[in-house]
Design a protein around this ligand. Structure first.
Ligand code: SF4
Length: 192
């Protein structure tokens, strides 16, 4: 991706998009107003991306027969695990060209940590990782990823920004080494 500024994927709700299950957002002023001076954003909302509406029934992580599933809280027969997994795999190509990814914490889709995982008897078991975040992290281990809770810490924030700019420089160098005729043009767009 030959962009003069780094492109950072961000959970859409953190950018102020009203895409949460209850129709609200989780606007993050540091991301939008400060990081936005230095970078462009690629908004991604996996739950809207798989066709769930706004508002929608909330989901949570549950272990069923030993496997982690994303199920409706009110109606556990609503199982969106496969759709979230497919969406994450489809998103990987876009993410290969971005320099970082900031995700909403505690979300059963986007959360990198602090996501409540319940056992099949509906008891809290432990903290887990959201379905979308887990697939992206496993597939793209070199992509700097941070959850919005952790980047409130100035040292974590600084380290993340440095990683983002280092990857941006690497991507730009790689692009320069690709023959002009084989370059693909990409621009930030919403996947939500
Ligand atoms: S799925 Fe992710 S981006 Fe969409 S509302 Fe939930 S936390 Fe935000």
């Amino acid at each position: 991706m030959n962009s003069p500024r780094p492109i950072i994927a961000v959970s859409s709700c953190l950018l102020g998009q009203r895409v949460r299950y209850d129709g609200t957002d989780k606007y993050d002023p540091w991301i939008v107003e400060l990081l936005g001076r230095e970078a462009d954003f690629l908004p991604i909302c996996p739950e809207v991306g798989i066709g769930l509406g706004i508002p929608r029934a909330p989901i949570r992580l549950m272990r069923v027969a030993g496997r982690v599933r994303a199920l409706g809280i009110e109606d556990p027969s609503l199982d969106v695990t496969a759709r979230l997994s497919s969406f994450a795999l489809e998103t990987l190509n876009k993410l290969r060209g971005v320099s970082g990814y900031i995700l909403k914490d505690r979300s059963p889709s986007c959360g990198l940590g602090h996501v409540k995982l319940f056992s099949d008897d509906r008891r809290f078991e432990r903290n887990g990782v959201g379905i979308h975040a887990a697939i992206v992290r496993a597939a793209l281990p070199d992509l700097p990823m941070a959850d919005e809770g952790r980047v409130q810490d100035p040292r974590v924030r600084e380290a993340f920004v440095q990683q983002v700019f280092a990857r941006h420089r690497r991507l730009a160098r790689n692009q320069e080494n690709v023959p002009r005729s084989s370059r693909t043009k990409a621009s930030p767009s919403s996947s939500a």
